[in-house]
Write a protein that binds this ligand. Structure first.
Ligand code: FES
Ligand SMILES: [Fe+2]
Length: 356
């Protein structure tokens, strides 16, 4: 079996961006579960149901399946489901079998993200969802996208927690020699499941991604502060400023530029992951050219990762036996993330003691 990280089931995962879900039936897979999403007619609540009709398993996200008000009418023989997944109509008979229902899933829409819970619904606590307020706050502009990758989601976690790869894989975009050369500091909050990896460069080359968007000429102070909320949400707090400008952590740094890079890492199935990516800024917010530059430049960077991780997964899949890795200092954050994921998987597998 090639590299395959188990799924932590009792966790929230990003299934979609808010703008992707509307009055059309919309299909996604999370932890191997096929899901269909739509919004209700009245208040636009997002509904998530299993994407397989209970009759002959027709995918409900596919035409000619349609919405009739808030009900889903299967496009094959017309079985009709309400927002809870209960079947309310079958063709040719009055009696509806008691087992005619499909699963519905807890959904929370927050910070322009649609979060879904696949595990035990009784454990789904919306307050445990990490925030990414910059994605949906006044004063911030965000470019975003999603790329499916044919790799184990653990490989994407590894990739994002070790940014030294920027120097090699993303040279000419976001990588410069200083990223790989500068040591990191790592902090792990085991209880909260958060890994923090920081790399502060005091005097670094300005990569084109920031030089062209901010207009900074010459060398920069560049801070990268990662905050990974296992399993799904990854925040990279990025600050750049011309060398000599001392940044304030409260965001008031004169001449400094504060950028939030967000990823959501959602396993869609074994060896498949959705790579949601977003770049948010609170500077030059009305400059459409900067917006378009950051969108296309970051998309290129993400596709470099996609290509590398597709290749890595295929390569690991050709190993005849288990293989040995070699880890060094740069891997500290990634190894901590693997430990936390393993714990979340184990906890999610335990039978839950229900309070009676
Ligand atoms: S498969 Fe859906 S009604 Fe037959
Ligand atoms: Fe990358």
């Amino acid at each position: 079996m090639p590299h395959m990280t188990a799924f932590a089931r009792n966790q929230w995962y990003v299934a979609a961006y808010s703008h992707e879900v509307g009055r059309e039936l919309f299909g996604r897979r999370v932890l191997g579960e096929p899901l269909v999403f739509y919004r209700t007619e009245g208040d636009g609540t997002v509904i998530a149901l299993n994407d397989r009709c209970v009759h002959r398993r027709y995918p409900l996200s596919e035409a000619p399946t349609r919405l009739d008000g808030d009900r889903v009418v299967c496009g094959y023989h017309g079985f009709t489901y309400d927002t809870t997944g209960t079947c309310v109509y079958v063709p040719g008979q009055k009696r509806i079998p008691r087992t005619a229902r499909i699963a519905s899933y807890p959904v929370v829409e927050q910070d322009s993200l649609v979060w879904v819970w696949i595990g035990d619904p009784d454990l789904a606590d919306p307050r445990s969802i990490p925030r990414a307020r910059h994605l949906d706050s006044p004063g911030w502009v965000t470019v975003r996208g999603m790329e499916p990758i044919a790799c184990d989601y653990g490989l994407l976690v590894d990739n994002l927690l070790d940014l030294s790869h920027e120097t090699y894989l993303h040279g000419g975009y976001i990588g410069t020699p200083e990223v790989a050369e500068t040591p990191i500091t790592t902090e792990v909050d085991e209880g909260a499941g958060i890994v923090r990896v920081s790399r502060h460069m005091d005097d670094a080359e300005c990569p084109p991604f920031y030089a062209k968007s901010t207009g900074i000429e010459g060398r920069i102070m560049r801070w990268q502060d990662i905050e990974y909320h296992a399993p799904c949400l990854y925040l990279l707090h990025s600050r750049v400023a011309p060398v000599g400008v001392v940044p304030e952590v409260d965001g008031s740094d004169p001449g400094g530029f504060h950028t939030e890079i967000t990823y959501a890492i959602t396993p869609s199935g074994d060896g498949e992951v959705y790579d949601f990516w977003a770049v948010s800024r609170d500077w030059a917010t009305d400059d459409a050219e900067v917006t378009e530059f950051l969108r296309s430049n970051n998309h290129t960077v993400v596709m470099q990762d996609v290509t590398a991780l597709d290749l890595l997964q295929r390569t690991l899949g050709t190993e005849r036996h288990g293989y040995q890795e070699l880890s060094i200092n740069i891997d500290t954050g990634g190894l901590a993330a693997r430990r936390i994921l393993a714990r979340l998987v184990e906890e999610g597998d335990k039978p839950v003691e229900k309070v009676l």
